[in-house]
Structures are given as C-alpha cells and as structure tokens.
Design a protein around this ligand. Structure first.
Ligand SMILES: Cc1cc2nc3c(=O)[nH]c(=O)nc-3n(C[C@H](O)[C@H](O)[C@H](O)COP(=O)(O)OP(=O)(O)OC[C@H]3O[C@@H](n4cnc5c(N)ncnc54)[C@H](O)[C@@H]3O)c2cc1C
Length: 486
C-alpha cells in the first residue's frame, strides 16, 4: 500500500458528526474497501458506511471544507480501479442503502444506490416485470456502480445498457447539495440533462443515492442455440448476416478459437463432438411464441447456409448447458498466464472482420495469447491479454500490446471501453480515443461541478501505470464463487 496524506482533523470532525459506527478507521472491512476488482490497493483515512441520504451530504460538505478526496463505492467489482481510493482520503460505502420498491402500474422500480442488481431483477420478476441489464457480476454489483459505469452485459444486444433504463437520479453534488434529476415519470425536458451526465461519469460528478428505473414486461419464453464456424472471419460475417435478417437476438455472443480452446481443452466443456476448436456464436432470443417461431425458422435457415455445426437447446436446462462454454472459458484462461488484462473495446459492425484480422497480427507481434469473446451484436469484445506477472519481459509485452490494441480500435472507428469505463486502467489511453477539445470539454464540466476536485480524484484523466503496480492477493467473493456467464 502506498503512503498517502492523512486528513486527521477532518476525519475527527466527521466522526463527531456521524458517529464511530458509521466512520471506520481500521479493520478488515476498511481494508477490503481499499481496492476493487483491479486489486490495486491504496491507503486511506476512513471508511464511511452511509445509512441515510443526509450522511452523504455531511461527508461531501466536510470533504469540501477540508479538501479531502472522497471515493464513492458500491461492492468494488470495478475492473478498472475506478473504486480504488488512489488519492486516499475517505471511501463512501453505499451498500447499506439498498431499498427496492416496485411501482407495478408504472412499470418502474425505485432503488437506493446500494441495491444489488440481481435483487432488483428478482423483485421485478416477482411482479411479472423485467430489468434486463445483466453484467456478469450482477449477483454482487450495485445499481449505483452500474449507473456510474453505465454497465452493460449480454442482453444489450436487444435491450441496451444501464443508461437506457435510468429514468431519474437523486443524489448529491460534490459540494454536498442535494439534487434530483427527473422523477417517477417517463419524460422530462427541463433544463440541462445532468442525469445523463452522471451516468458513466464513474463517480466523479456526483454521488447517486436513489434511482428510478424503467422496467419492461417479462418475456414469455426464450430460445437458445449455438453455431460453430470454420474460422473467425466466417463467424463474424455470420453476425452481420444474422442481424441483416432483421431479427433482434436478446444475446449474441462470440467466442474466438482461443476462447473455445480454453473452454474445451482446459475446462473440458465441448459442445460439438464432430467439430472441436472452432469459433462459436451463442444466440438467444426472447419474446412471445410467435416471435420465437419466426426466430427459429430464420436462424435454422441461416445456420444451414453458414455454419459448420448447429445445436438448439430444448428447455432451460439444455440452454444452461450451452452457456457453460461461455461461463467456463474466462476462468480457464488462467492456464495461459497468471495475469489477465481484460479489455472491453468496441468496434463498429462494419469493422469486425478487420478487427479480427488485426488482432491476430497483434498476438503474433507481442507473442502473447489473447483469447477474445464478447457481445458481437454491439461490437463489444473482451480481449484478454494473458501473461505471467513475474516475468518482466512478458509484462512489458502485455503493456505494449494494450497500447497497440487501443490505437487499433480507435483507427477502426471504435472506442477503448464499451462497459467497464476508464478508471485508472485505461487512463493512459483516454487521449488516444478523445481529442484535446473533447477532453477539455469534459474537464470544464468537472471543474464547474467539482471545483475542489474532491470526488474520485485521479481517475479517467490522469494517466496511471496500472500494470507496473503490484496487486494485492486478498480474495474477493467473485474470485471464489462461480459467476454466471463470463
Ligand atoms: C467477474 C466480473 C464480471 C463483470 N462483468 C461485467 C459485465 O458483464 N458488464 C459490465 O458492464 N461490467 C462488468 N463488470 C464490472 C463491474 O461489475 C461493473 O463496472 C459494476 O457496474 C460495478 O459496480 P459496483 O457496485 O461493484 O461498483 P464499484 O466497483 O464499487 O464502483 C465502480 C464505480 O462506480 C462509482 N460508484 C459506485 N457507487 C456510486 C454511487 N452511489 N454514486 C456515484 N458513484 C458510484 C465508484 O466511485 C466507481 O467509480 C464485471 C466485474 C467482475 C468482477
């Protein structure tokens, strides 16, 4: 852990105002909030466990008075270091604020920011409604973290990302003033839309305490299938052709040969006896019976024309068996290296073939395995650069490969992050993706809303050398339990 400034007087005053039960100065809970899933840990002064909205106001007002950095936090599943308190100060834990209230007649749910995403889904489901965003971490991550990162998942193919479901936000400006952007209604056109500015701002522009989310009717059924292709080019061409049929799959996941190798040869999950080691597309449709009938007819004909092999799931259990290949490939990758740089780049549909060709060249150039899978309908691919952390040469090559990858996707008209955000991990590449004018516009907003730069400082804009740092080895819950679908 790095030595950081201490803010003793401010912390003492905070404790006087909120009490020692809410302001922790030591202990395991405090340590566990010193890092997120990037495992970069930083020393900081106090962990605040907010229980009511006004606690957040108290924290931010004092932080402004004493210029103490504040990092808001959900469950710390961020993969980019966005929840790691790189500048020390205070960590504001929002997980105790987790109430969920369904508004059935309005097809909405009102949630506190610490509500866990799978709990929101379960509450909606119990009322015959559906909250579609499904990051693989959904059993752990909070809606506050999802809003701050504009989280995605597999179902974005049909339903979109977190942003598409946020109707309103309530919370605190960095100066500690309470604000609300929208309410329990579906539209508003009243001044600047700061709700959307907060979404994806990685906790740098405000702290969310409450959100109103849009729900949709629960789909009546689903149908899952998988197709294998001769090579990556054929698989990605087939994506374009499937989407060109006018169908909207709820999920359309791609696994390249290296990812399939991890699932088949390392994790022992093999979907096709006759063809092994071929890239796959996992496809799911949801909807009413007539939508599903149309999807089945069209997809079977599409697979006849383009796929090497094709398999349909009959029933939920069979569908889950098909998903096994996607679930298992990610963990199995650690047989290729003990460290993984998990990128989440985006390329437009028309550049996917070039992307796949250039990725092969990148792997050759840096001589590292880079199994790649992801959300093909959105062009959002997880490139997993595998290396051995203790080998300085491999580390150097992994860093070089990330830099090249970022330039490559921007040259292809894409973006350096589709769902994880920038945090610390992608901060060195922000200026590859965004022009000086664009970065200046973002910084002007930051300066206007947070002139003392107390909220999540050090993130997004200041290049940070993540991979040169030694991560801690503490176990996180999502390291131990199987995570669905990643
Ligand atoms: C195994 C695994 C799988 C994952 N799969 C996916 C995936 O499929 N799709 C995807 O998009 N992401 C995925 N992620 C990344 C991560 O789960 C998401 O970014 C998630 O949104 C983070 O939520 P959290 O509650 O853990 O937030 P944290 O990690 O605690 O915080 C993340 C960011 O949100 C800010 N923040 C948190 N709460 C608030 C608040 N109340 N107000 C303001 N800012 C706040 C923090 O300051 C920080 O910048 C995955 C992570 C893991 C470990």
């Amino acid at each position: 852990m790095k030595k950081r400034k201490t803010f003793g007087k401010a912390t003492q005053e905070l404790r006087e105002q909120l009490g020692s039960r809410k302001v922790l100065l030591e202990g395991n809970r405090k340590f566990m909030a010193s890092f997120d899933s990037s495992k970069l840990s930083f020393e900081y002064d106090a962990l605040i466990r907010a229980r009511v909205d006004s606690d957040v106001g108290v924290v931010l007002k004092l932080a402004n008075a004493y210029k103490v950095p504040v990092t808001a936090r959900g469950t710390g599943t961020s993969l980019t270091g966005s929840a790691s308190p790189v500048r020390g100060g205070w960590v504001l834990d929002m997980t105790l604020m987790k109430r969920i209230a369904i508004r059935k007649e309005k097809a909405m749910v009102v949630v506190q920011s610490g509500a866990v995403v799978s709990d929101i889904q379960a509450a909606a489901d119990a009322e015959g409604l559906f909250y579609p965003p499904d990051p693989s971490s959904l059993k752990y991550c909070t809606i506050g973290g999802n809003i701050a990162c504009n989280a995605g998942g597999m179902r974005c193919a049909k339903y979109g990302v977190t942003r598409d479901f946020v109707l309103a936000l309530e919370g605190y400006l960095p100066n500690g003033e309470k604000v609300s952007w929208g309410g329990e209604y579906k539209k508003y056109a009243t001044g600047y839309n700061i709700r959307d500015l907060w979404i994806g701002s990685e906790g740098t522009l405000g702290v969310v305490t409450k959100a109103v989310l849009r729900l949709v009717p629960k789909p009546e059924g689903r149908w899952t299938c998988v197709a294998a292709f001769e090579n990556e080019r054929k698989a990605l061409s087939a994506v374009k052709s499937l989407l060109g049929e006018g169908l909207v799959p709820s999920i359309l996941e791609y696994l390249d040969v290296n990812s399939v190798h991890c699932a088949e040869d390392i994790a022992g999950v093999r979907l096709f006896k006759e063809v092994g080691g071929k890239p796959l597309l996992l496809i799911e449709f949801d909807g009413n019976p007539s939508d599903l009938r149309l999807a089945k007819r069209t997809v079977r004909a599409w697979a006849d024309r383009l796929a090497l092999a094709f398999k349909e799931a009959r029933g939920d259990k069979a569908a889950d068996n098909l998903w096994e290949v996607r679930r298992k490939c990610s963990g199995a990758m650690f047989a290729l290296g003990n460290a993984k740089i998990n990128e989440d780049i985006v390329v437009p549909l028309e550049s996917q073939l070039k992307f796949s060709d250039q990725l092969k060249r990148l792997q050759k150039r840096w001589n590292l395995p880079m199994p790649t899978f992801g959300h093909a309908a959105d062009g959002n691919f997880h490139v997993n650069i595998m290396f051995h952390r203790e080998d300085p040469d491999e580390l150097e090559r992994a860093e070089g490969a990330v830099g090249d990858l970022m330039k490559m996707v921007v040259d292809l008209g894409g973006m350096i992050s589709g769902e994880h955000g920038i945090g610390l991990a992608k901060s060195p590449f922000l200026r590859i993706a965004k022009s000086e004018a664009e970065v200046a516009a973002m910084l002007a907003i930051k300066k206007a809303l947070d002139p003392k730069r107390i909220l999540n400082p050090g993130k997004i804009f200041e290049p940070y050398q993540v991979w040169k740092q030694q991560p801690i080895t503490a176990g996180l819950p999502w390291d131990k339990k199987p995570i669905l679908r990643k």
